[in-house]
Design a protein around this ligand. Structure first.
Ligand SMILES: [Zn+2]
Length: 232
């Protein structure tokens, strides 16, 4: 058997084992990834909402100050009405009071709008916080579960990856290595089993099988093109 081909076949077998380990973790890694994305999005939205709430609080504060200010000015003018000396002064005072009342109305309406928005924002923050809390507890238990599963396989996976790195360094055919690292389809391997390709299940002619058995080179399956090797 050609040593170089043996290395390539060993590499393929290691890949199969790593694949099996990943399969044993089931859907969990994918679920965790999605939950982490959701967590980031909720945290972002919560942060923005809290910022918005702060700015609403500031607006409410400003509008309240302005409203108090207008009310006290209006009261002052109303008091002055009793001490006007002539009609002209009286008219001017009334005009000023009307103007201030108009301004005050706008401020009061802005104040009420901001209070409504604040109330809605607080509800939204409550909801989002609760959703985030639920999500975090689910994520935590999933991470713990994955940790338990991985504890059994981590060691094995590390060992396999180490052997894989060594093989990739040892294989002299660097074209193969770079193709392999790019995930090139033409270097996919499959075992020849029961006189058929184990990838597409086509039966293979006896002479072809003899050639594959020599293991001096890899022969592509005439039907699907995958590189076949002999599995004893
Ligand atoms: Zn095939």
């Amino acid at each position: 058997m050609d040593l170089e081909i043996k290395k390539i076949i060993d590499l393929h077998k290691i890949d199969l084992e790593i694949l099996e380990i990943n399969d044993s973790k089931g859907a969990l890694p994918g679920i965790i990834k999605k939950q982490e994305e959701q967590k980031n999005s909720l945290e972002g939205s919560l942060k923005d909402s809290k910022k918005e709430l702060k700015s609403l609080d500031k607006n409410i504060n400003d509008y309240s100050t302005q409203a108090t200010d207008y009310a006290s000015k209006i009261k002052n003018y109303n008091d002055q009405i009793y001490s006007v000396k002539n009609n002209k002064e009286y008219e001017a005072l009334l005009k000023e009071i009307d103007f201030l009342k108009g301004e005050n109305k706008t401020v009061e309406s802005n104040l009420s709008d901001s209070k409504d928005k604040k109330e809605k924002m607080e509800l939204f923050i409550d909801d989002t916080s609760k959703n985030l809390e639920d999500l975090l507890s689910k994520l935590k238990s999933n991470l713990e579960e994955l940790k338990v599963i991985s504890a059994e396989t981590d060691q094995e996976e590390k060992k396999l990856n180490k052997s894989k790195d060594k093989l990739l360094k040892d294989i002299k055919n660097k074209n193969f290595v770079s193709s392999y690292l790019e995930g090139n389809q033409s270097f996919k391997l499959a075992a020849l089993s029961r006189d058929a390709c184990s990838s597409c299940f086509s039966s293979l002619p006896p002479q072809f099988i003899l050639n594959v058995k020599k293991m001096e080179e890899l022969f592509p399956c005439p039907s699907c093109g995958i590189n076949l090797f002999w599995e004893e």
